[in-house]
Design a protein around this ligand. Structure first.
Ligand SMILES: Nc1nc2c(ncn2[C@@H]2O[C@H](COP(=O)(O)OP(=O)(O)O)[C@@H](O)[C@H]2O)c(=O)[nH]1
Ligand SMILES: [Mg+2]
Length: 425
């Protein structure tokens, strides 16, 4: 049985740096580096030392099984110097510890039933959260909402299969085969509902892609800067100033917005640079969730754009021309008029994709793909099929769901999941 060691705090310099050990020898290893005895679950201040260094550290011992990993865990809280914490870790390795793989602490926690697999995966959402919406959803995932839903679903399907298998095993004991379509459909409905949250889950996690398009000199870059609240994109009165795609991430009312400024789209292009810029602009607008179609209010020339995409028409330069057509919003990038209204409308459109009901949003593509497989299998079941085929389909659907809940995961899947974690987590 090995004892692992990892740096739990991020790479860099900070007030405190944490080195964490987990395994049967955790206490014995720290005993060789720390000058004071440790009392379970008490923070002890003392001196940590190794070759050529000493530091004052706060050390906490969590005996198994009441620890994060379920094993003996010791946490060393030293000063947060990158070289210092590295030296503490090296010293632990010299005393017998093995460097932890990415996500190995969390993996141990799952193996030792300290948390479920869906909770472990949502740890990443929690750590990577950059907006309130993301944090809120991650908190719900962490609290086990998804696991509870899926466990209920597994129970439904296991029960349904048991009924079918009972008939297959002892057909003479039962009058006629009844197929528990109710349970199967219930399970399918839960999957449908969960998958309907996936699009919104992606928006919560990755942000909504908003692309600013329009003719040259309409004021796209000025609007971009006004929305970002920074002089990020170059503004001039020379048409064709923006040639490359410029992107910034902002959050408004808890929603992450990926804002993209593009080259002005028009036909009589003279330079190869501008031509490429326009090609990029057209590419970006195809991939955007929302288009901000910027029109110079004084000329009212609008670019062609796909009208089936969510969009806002923005009549910019309202300071020069206050009367604008009713199909758009009067905005001035110069004075700031209605800039917040645009942001509010973007958030409104982003949250429109949220399904009704108060279900936790699916943010994990791996989980969504597995649920799609299970959904296809369950949708294909009909009561005219041979019973053994229905039973086999349920078994297969359960195996996909089990790869999310952890009831049916292999080492390779776990390797894949935890390789996305950082070292020391
Ligand atoms: N009066 C006024 N001028 C603006 C406004 N927005 C942009 N401009 C001017 O319009 C010109 C083109 O702006 P720019 O943002 O570079 O346009 P882009 O080519 O669409 O990116 C610049 O001279 C800006 O100062 C506005 O709201 N009001
Ligand atoms: Mg520009």
């Amino acid at each position: 049985m090995k004892t692992i060691v990892g740096i739990a705090t991020p790479v860099g310099f900070g007030g405190v740096g944490i080195v964490r050990l987990s395994g049967v020898n955790a206490l014995g290893i720290v005993f060789q580096m720390f000058n004071r005895p440790l009392k379970p679950r008490y923070a002890t201040l003392g001196t940590i030392s190794g070759k050529n260094f000493t530091d004052t550290a706060l050390v906490i011992y969590f005996p198994a099984p009441h620890s994060f990993t379920g094993e003996d865990v010791v946490e060393i809280q030293a000063h947060g110097g990158w070289h210092l914490v590295n030296r503490i870790m090296q010293t632990a390795i010299q005393c017998g510890a093995t460097p932890a793989e990415p996500g190995e602490f969390t993996r141990l926690a799952v193996m030792n039933n300290k948390m479920t697999l869906t909770q472990a995966e949502s740890t990443l959402d929690l750590i990577n959260a950059e907006s309130d919406a993301e944090l809120q959803n991650a908190s719900r995932l962490m609290s086990g909402e998804l696991q509870t839903l899926l466990s209920g679903l597994e129970n439904n399907l296991v029960e349904a299969r048991a009924q079918i298998d009972a008939y297959l095993d002892y057909p003479e004991d039962l009058d006629s085969p009844t197929i528990p379509m109710k349970q199967i459909n219930q399970a399918k409905n839960i999957i449908d509902d969960l998958l309907s949250t996936a699009k919104h889950g992606q928006i919560i996690k990755n942000g909504i892609n908003v692309c600013i398009i329009g003719c040259p000199n309409a004021g796209k870059s000025s609007l971009f800067n006004a929305l970002v609240g920074d002089n990020r994109s170059i503004v001039t009165d020379i048409a064709g100033t923006t040639t490359d795609v410029i992107a910034e991430k902002i959050t408004y009312q808890g929603i992450k917005i990926n804002l993209i400024d593009t080259a002005g789209i028009h036909d009589d292009v003279t330079s190869a640079i501008e031509e490429q810029g326009i090609a990029r602009a057209k590419n970006m607008l195809q991939n955007a969730d929302i288009l901000l179609v910027v029109v110079d209010a004084t000329t009212r020339v609008m670019v062609d754009f796909p009208h089936d995409k969510q969009h806002l028409i923005i009549y910019n330069k309202s300071d020069l021309c206050p009367n604008t057509p009713p199909d758009g919003i009067a905005v001035s990038a110069k004075t700031g008029q209605n800039i917040n209204l645009i942001l509010a409308k973007i958030v409104e459109m982003a949250t429109r994709t949220a399904p009704v009901g108060n279900l936790v949003n699916l943010t994990n593509e791996r989980q969504a793909n597995l649920l799609r497989e299970a959904q296809t299998l369950l949708a294909a079941i009909n009561s005219n099929e041979p019973l053994d085929k229905i039973s086999a389909n349920i078994t297969l659907a359960l195996s996909y769901i089990g790869k999310i809940t952890g009831t049916d995961v292999d080492e390779r899947t776990l390797d894949e999941i935890f390789s996305k974690f950082c070292l020391g987590k």
